[in-house]
Design a protein around this ligand. Sequence first.
Ligand SMILES: *Cc1c(COP(=O)(O)O)cnc(C)c1O
Length: 454
Amino acid sequence: MNHSTPSSTEIRAPSGTLPDAVRHAEPCLWLNPDRLAEVPAAMDACGQNISLHDTQAAASRFGRFAPLLARLFPELQASDGIIESPLTAADPLAPRLGLAPEQGRLWIKADHGLPVAGSIKARGGIHEVLEFAEALALREGLVTPGGDYRALAGPAARAVFARHQVAVGSTGNLGLSIGVAASALGFRAAVHMSADAKEWKKERLRQRGVEVVEHMGDYERAVAAGRAQAAADPFCHFVDDERSLSLLLGYSAAALRLQDQLREQGFAVDAEHPLFVYLPCGVGGAPAGIAFGLRQLLGPHVHCFFAEPVQSPCFLVQMAAPEGTHPSVYDIGLTNRTEADGLAVPRASLLAARLMRPLLSGVFTVRDDTLFEQLVQVLDATGERIEPSAAAGFGGPALLTGSESGRRWLQARGLEHSLPQATHLVWTTGGLFVPEAEHRGFEARGRALLAARR
Ligand SMILES: *Cc1c(COP(=O)(O)O)cnc(C)c1O
């Protein structure tokens, strides 16, 4: 099965549950009828069973590598090699998003500032590079289990790593994280980029000695080209954004840290204190990994919602499609054109979609204009600079609490009465490395839109 290009022969109309608004590229909220309150401990991830144990294993791997990462990346010295982001209250932003105090409090999980990669891809992407490096190092006797991984910065390890290549297909941010992590360890690195990838992301990679291969087509084309090239080279490890369990589990480790941060802030997550989490979604691996971890750890009262651009709602389309089909957004007449380059994906990861079937609460879509407006609102209320993709989650709280379908859904679950004690957590997923001039352009566009609305 290879869905590298939109094909007419494979088109099967998604079932009637796909809202008309999705086809018309209008913002909407889709609610998952198959969500289960109780989460199975072990879940099938396309042929492999995964559980909280695997999430913990990913977190332990980050821990084992922390001393090495602190040595390789000066920006990680202060955190002793731990790559994490703060959880911050965002009360001043709430009214601008249409969230009243009696509808809960607004918080931000600030992955837009994650060091090394500058986006949420620091979690999954770096994890997969580390897992590959660890397996190789153990096999070659470069380290022993439980040993000091700082040895991997030495000449013997680097000579071994230099014989291997790590490759990936990406719209940008995954390439940045894989390229930077792989080249820092001494691997050769190749990033296959789609046409919509931003120029500055390519430039940043080239500066670090990463080979950037440019492709004319979309994200799926870049992935397919990278996958094919890697398959022909036994010394090449291909990070497969559409199928990788290592990526997904790397993302899922975020849930463990978030659980600690919620505790530190004195949060309870229970029937009286529901937690709503809004996650920008591209192929689905990042948000699905995090949602998997959160549902395993926090149970029935955490509700995860994915956010997608109106022209690239691949995950929503997949969730609403009949079992056994794998439609793309082109199949329903959408363009997959969006300024949210991190989310410009035409077809969802089946691994992520299957895993989310019983776990996810819903998916909503956002217009590009809204992303720019909210990027400015975030800047003005918090001083934080995020990229357009990272703003996608901010439309969630108002849709859930203010729309007809959202309110009915809350009512049906008895969640309306607990809204005043609810937490709305918006995951901001990228932005740290956006060049100043680029961000000024985003800001100008957002301000013009906001002014026109007044
Ligand atoms: C990649 C990315 C996402 C979504 O991750 P997927 O695994 O593609 O769903 C969200 N935001 C940003 C900024 C990203 O780069």
